[in-house]
Write a protein that binds this ligand. Structure first.
Ligand SMILES: *[C@@H]1O[C@H](CO)[C@@H](O)[C@H](O)[C@H]1NC(C)=O
Ligand SMILES: *[C@@H]1O[C@H](CO)[C@@H](O)[C@H](O)[C@H]1NC(C)=O
Ligand SMILES: *[C@@H]1O[C@H](CO)[C@@H](O)[C@H](O)[C@H]1NC(C)=O
Ligand SMILES: *[C@@H]1O[C@H](CO)[C@@H](O)[C@H](O)[C@H]1NC(C)=O
Ligand SMILES: *[C@@H]1O[C@H](CO)[C@@H](O)[C@H](O)[C@H]1NC(C)=O
Ligand SMILES: *[C@@H]1O[C@H](CO)[C@@H](O)[C@H](O)[C@H]1NC(C)=O
Length: 666
């Protein structure tokens, strides 16, 4: 039941998701864009105006409630990343971040071991803010079995504007989009008032509320608790109290009453909360925006005395609320927090851990063949390079792709939108059947430029069947440009097994590709005999499979598909994408390099992939499944299922991208 409701929940969001061809940039949904800088209008940084992401963070000291916090890169290797958070209670988002029990608990329980956080306040109230933040986290830690984290949290009573070091410069200078900065506000006006009343607001979460506030001036209508539909509100914004029913019920009943939007005010003493749906509520998308605010008594007073109150919505720029210093001592952006939770701090810190271990892996000995060095990949052509391969290829049994995708500028704001498939094709001998076989696949990170991955593709070494090869890396032709770097790393594996270490892949046979995931999907696949070369010692099945698009079941991106390679009619080798459609499926893979805090809904599990991650090849040793005494008698067939059956979508079907091979070792 839980998984059904999750699945259904994701059907609601699927329409906000695009991975491939069918939606061009034109159909981009505004809801994933920041409100400050419309796309194409991002201010370009002035040269020399301040440090950029990637620049070394200078040493600094700040006083804290417990003494002082010092950061000194000269003290040798850093133990872990440092996240710097600047709080202001003028932000409804931050108020909710700091009031929600689950948010606080996630920091206390989930901050990676070596990460530290420095908490600052942007305001005059820095002393009381620091004391309050510390108290909130102490309370959260008191309810948790894990208290060790408190020694890694530092609270400064000195406001940001008084720090006198580089931190304010970076907080103010780095542009910021979306949720991690900016003061979202509701503005009330009434003829009887000399001044507008401006209050902070927190918009309801976008994955179920598909509408945003427009620039209109709306009339405000008092509708009590908003739990029941009322007489038509004729396009007014409903003013309703917290409580008596769920947030979702309020918004739904106000939508039925022809409200243009809903403002839910917190009951006195309560914080602003993250309005979201729960359980079966999430099956119904809503067509109007909603936000939570604090109660300003003048507003209901005016409404009750029959005066007209108007409301409009604005976002006032603010400094960035989060910046960080990675393990290497470089300044880094923290990406987008989709909703108010400290989990986003944890995910970014986990990724810094991944990045540090990747850097150390890249120090291990290998013969490196550079293919792309900061090459712009765009359009039908993609990035193309012809390179000479090492002449002693046969000495290596390991081939890794060291790939990274960065952006035209140094800030994430210059990065391409959307999560598109990136494929690397190789052609060494134009006459070979393997010319332009797929060597690697990745998915772009939506508006984040830090993706860097190491993918083991050793079984595909036989595709490099000449000493000069042409590599082509491509994404959707209409995608904004990415800047790609790619090195081939050839090495000798560190195997302890006596015989295994000596086996080398010497031949590959291409098997199946995917296609439209509809009722005819499996009709194209027939059992085929495949010859096994006589010197073969081991045979492996190697497949790279991803599901895309969205029919009424969310297939193939958000539905659980299974892929079967049946050998000799009895051995059923199965790959199932169980986490597709789960709420946090891709957050589990941040430790493996999935870029966190992207500007889309990168958190959800997907069909064989995650945003901002390489697609891991699936490898399975099938030697024992084969008849090695008759090299001509073996057969294989592939089929792909949804829910254990042939797919049978009622609406526009999704599709599977697959390359699969048999790898022969001797
Ligand atoms: C933040 O603001 C709200 C209302 O504006 C207030 O109730 C709350 O006490 C404030 N919290 C802090 C820590 O100042
Ligand atoms: C919530 O429900 C109670 C009981 O029906 C009612 O007295 C109260 O006025 C409601 N709250 C609001 C703000 O309408
Ligand atoms: C909402 O507006 C529509 C069109 O203006 C109208 O047909 C409908 O009756 C209204 N709903 C209510 C609850 O008044
Ligand atoms: C090789 O493997 C052994 C045992 O697993 C390990 O101790 C050693 O560090 C490895 N060497 C390298 C270069 O990875
Ligand atoms: C392997 O093939 C040979 C020749 O077709 C056959 O006699 C033998 O039974 C097969 N072995 C297995 C395990 O299927
Ligand atoms: C292979 O496994 C899948 C899933 O367990 C099952 O639905 C399918 O019928 C099996 N096929 C064969 C031929 O055994």
């Amino acid at each position: 039941m839980a998984s059904l409701s999750l699945l259904l929940r994701f059907l609601v969001v699927v329409t906000a998701h695009v991975t491939e061809a069918r939606w061009g940039p034109r159909s981009r949904l505004i809801l994933t864009e920041g409100s400050h800088h419309p796309p194409g209008n991002t201010p370009s940084p002035q040269p020399g105006a301040g440090p950029e992401p990637g620049d070394p963070a200078p040493a600094f000291q700040v006083p804290t409630l417990d003494g002082k916090f010092s950061y000194d890169p000269a003290e040798g290797a850093l133990k872990g990343p440092l996240v710097i958070h600047a709080f202001t209670n003028k932000s409804g988002f931050l108020e909710s971040l700091w009031s929600s029990e689950s948010s606080l608990k996630s920091l206390v329980e989930g901050l990676p071991d070596r990460a530290q956080v420095l908490f600052l306040s942007l305001d005059d109230s820095a002393v009381s803010d620091a004391l309050w933040m510390r108290e909130q986290l102490r309370l959260a830690a008191a309810h948790s079995s894990w208290k060790g984290v408190l020694t890694r949290l530092h609270f400064s009573p000195l406001p940001v504007f008084a720090l006198g070091n580089w931190i304010p410069n970076v907080l103010y200078y780095w542009g910021c989009m979306g949720h991690n900065c900016g003061l979202s506000q509701a503005v009330f006006t009434s003829d009887g008032w000399k001044m507008p009343i401006v209050v902070k607001r927190l918009d309801a979460r976008y994955d179920w509320l598909m509408a945003r506030w427009s620039n209109n001036l709306y009339q405000l209508a008092d509708v009590g608790d908003g739990c029941e539909p009322s007489a038509s509100l004729g396009g007014a914004v409903a003013w309703v109290s917290e409580g008596n029913c769920s947030f979702f019920t309020k918004v739904q009943s106000m939508a039925k009453s022809n409200a243009s939007g809903v403002l839910v005010y917190a009951l006195p003493g309560n914080p602003i909360q993250d309005m979201n749906c729960a359980g079966t509520e999430c099956f119904s998308p809503l067509g109007i925006p909603a936000a939570m605010v604090h109660l300003e008594v003048s507003v209901p007073q005016a409404l009750r005395s029959g005066q007209v109150v108007k409301v409009s919505f604005q976002t006032t720029p603010s400094p960035n609320f989060f910046i960080s210093i990675d393990q290497q001592g470089a300044l880094a952006e923290m990406g987008w927090f989709l909703y108010p939770s400290f989990s986003f701090v944890n995910w970014q810190a986990q990724w810094f851990g991944f990045s540090a271990s990747l850097q150390s892996k890249l120090q291990s000995p290998a013969k490196v063949t550079p293919v792309f060095d900061q090459v712009t990949m765009q359009g039908d052509k993609g990035a193309v390079a012809t390179v000479d391969l090492p002449s002693d290829l046969w000495d290596f049994d390991t081939l890794e792709l060291d790939a990274s995708l960065s952006c035209p500028g140094r800030r994430d704001s210059s990065c391409a939108q959307w999560d598109h498939t990136v494929q690397l094709f190789v052609c060494c001998d134009p006459l070979s059947p393997h010319c332009n076989a797929e060597l690697g696949r990745w998915i772009t990170a939506f508006r984040r430029g830090s993706g860097h991955w190491l993918t083991d593709v050793s079984p595909l070494i036989p595709l490099l069947d000449s000493n000069k090869c042409t590599f082509t890396m491509k994404t959707a032709p209409w995608a904004m440009p990415w800047v790609v770097s790619l090195n081939l790393r050839f090495s000798v594996s560190n195997q302890t097994g006596e015989e295994f270490g000596k086996l080398r892949p010497f031949r590959v046979t291409s098997l199946y590709s995917g296609g439209t995931f509809d009722k005819n999907y499996n009709k194209r696949y027939q059992p085929t005999k495949f010859p096994v070369p006589s010197s073969t010692k081991k045979v492996e099945l190697y497949a790279v499979i991803t599901g895309h698009g969205s029919d009424e079941n969310g297939c193939g991106e958000f539905c659980v598909t299974s892929h079967h390679f049946l050998i000799n009619a009895v051995h059923n080798n199965t790959r199932r994408f169980d986490s597709a459609g789960t709420a946090l499926g891709c957050t589990m893979r941040v430790k493996e390099g999935a870029v966190p805090n992207e500007h889309g809904t990168w958190l959800y599990g997907r069909g064989g992939w995650c945003d901002g991650l390489q697609v891991d090849p699936w490898r399975i040793d099938i030697t024992k499944q084969l008849n090695m005494s008759d090299f001509e008698s073996n057969t294989i067939v592939y089929f792909g299922f949804f829910n254990g059956q042939d797919p049978n979508p009622a609406q526009e079907p999704g599709y599977i991208i697959m390359s699969s091979f048999l790898i022969f070792y001797k």
